[in-house]
Design a protein around this ligand. Structure first.
Ligand SMILES: C[S@@+](CC[C@H](N)C(=O)[O-])C[C@H]1O[C@@H](n2cnc3c(N)ncnc32)[C@H](O)[C@@H]1O
Length: 327
């Protein structure tokens, strides 16, 4: 039976409580405190220093949505709650903690300003922009980079299975964070070398590795490495069309004629079906200056900056690799 409109509105208007409960449970390390043995809220509250009844109510809500499972008075892990563990290779704990950073949570109060003016609310952040805020708050910057590592760990296997990176001798990951994707690509392709390019504070924290060069800089200021392939993974969605065109132009200026540009992004579905890429689009609108885009929007933007979109490859998890050539 279709959902009644009353239930639709109740679910959406109160949906923030579910997000917030997930963020708080991730912040408090509850999934780390739960091992293979079922544990009651009392036991979990003792090991996490929390209030048993309140914790139980959060876990009851989350378990109704598949994050943890309630078994009598105890809780056990599900595949989703396992992703909140710090030691999970695809850990999304930092991702959830990051969504709950207090200054980010605060600027959602300004969403009406964004909707009225078309301007991001990021000026309300300490530092005045998303990136300045992270650069100025080392602990939050570290959690953000960890969040990207978790996200990218989930995507890397799909990208490696879907696309042959072995044809490139040198690969630049532009805005590559701490290099999770590039490290996976180099491990799978022993004859390739890589250049990890990101802001100075991010590069300062990146671990060196064989066949990996670390290069600090800004993709708005040119001086990008010269390579056979350029990866831009979840970069353009952070920026407006004008800013994205500047980044693409920086790459286009230094790229060899036979280079490939590999844009990796979450695409907005053509048919407007529910998708978390539409939720992320709201984050990009309020917290940054960016947006999630359709394949057609990327095709046009690439054409405007001297690239030709050759194909879009589905790599799973709503992740698409857009392979483009220098036009
Ligand atoms: C959303 S994260 C994506 C990280 C990585 N590509 C991934 O998907 O895991 C965006 C990255 O862009 C970097 N960044 C932001 N502004 C930059 C700039 N002006 N120049 C170079 N990198 C920048 C950030 O430091 C961050 O690592």
């Amino acid at each position: 039976m279709p959902e009644h409109p009353f239930d639709t509105i109740m679910n959406i208007s109160l949906g923030f409580t579910l997000s917030r409960a997930l963020q708080v449970i991730a912040e408090l390390g509850v999934a780390d405190a739960l091992d293979d043995t079922p544990q009651s809220a009392d036991e979990l509250a003792r090991s996490t220093g929390t209030h048993s009844e309140s914790l139980n109510r959060c876990l009851r809500l989350l378990s109704a949505h598949g994050v943890f499972q309630k078994r009598g008075a105890a809780y056990v892990h599900t595949a989703a709650s396992q992703l909140l563990r710090t030691d999970n290779p695809m850990s999304m704990r930092s991702w959830c903690r990051m969504q709950g950073f207090t200054p980010l949570w605060h600027i959602w109060e300004q969403m009406d300003y964004t909707v009225k003016t078309g301007r991001s609310a990021e000026k309300g952040l300490p530092g005045g922009s998303f990136w300045d805020y992270l650069n100025g708050h080392l602990e939050h910057g570290r959690i953000f980079n960890d969040a990207m590592t978790g996200k990218t760990s989930g995507q890397a296997a799909g990208l490696l299975a879907a696309y042959d990176f072995s044809k490139f001798r040198s690969i630049a990951d532009i805005g590559g964070g701490n290099g999770q994707l590039l490290r996976a690509l180099l491990a799978a392709n022993p004859s390739s070398t890589g250049v990890l390019f990101d802001l100075p504070d991010v590069i300062a924290q990146a671990q060196p590795a064989d066949r990996l060069t670390l290069q600090a800089g800004s993709f708005f200021e040119g001086g990008l490495p010269v390579c056979d392939a350029y990866i831009l993974m979840q970069i353009l969605h952070d920026w407006s069309d004008e800013e994205s065109q500047k980044i693409l132009t920086s790459i286009r200026c230094g790229a060899p004629a036979n280079a490939k540009l590999l844009v990796v992004e979450f695409l907005v579905p053509h048919d407007n079906t529910p998708s978390w890429s539409l939720l992320l689009d709201m984050v990009m609108m309020v917290e940054l200056t960016g947006r999630e885009r359709t394949e057609a929007e990327f095709r046009e933007m690439l054409a405007r900056t001297g690239f030709r979109l050759d194909r879009a490859i589905d790599a799973g998890f709503n992740t698409f690799l857009l392979e483009a050539s220098v036009a």
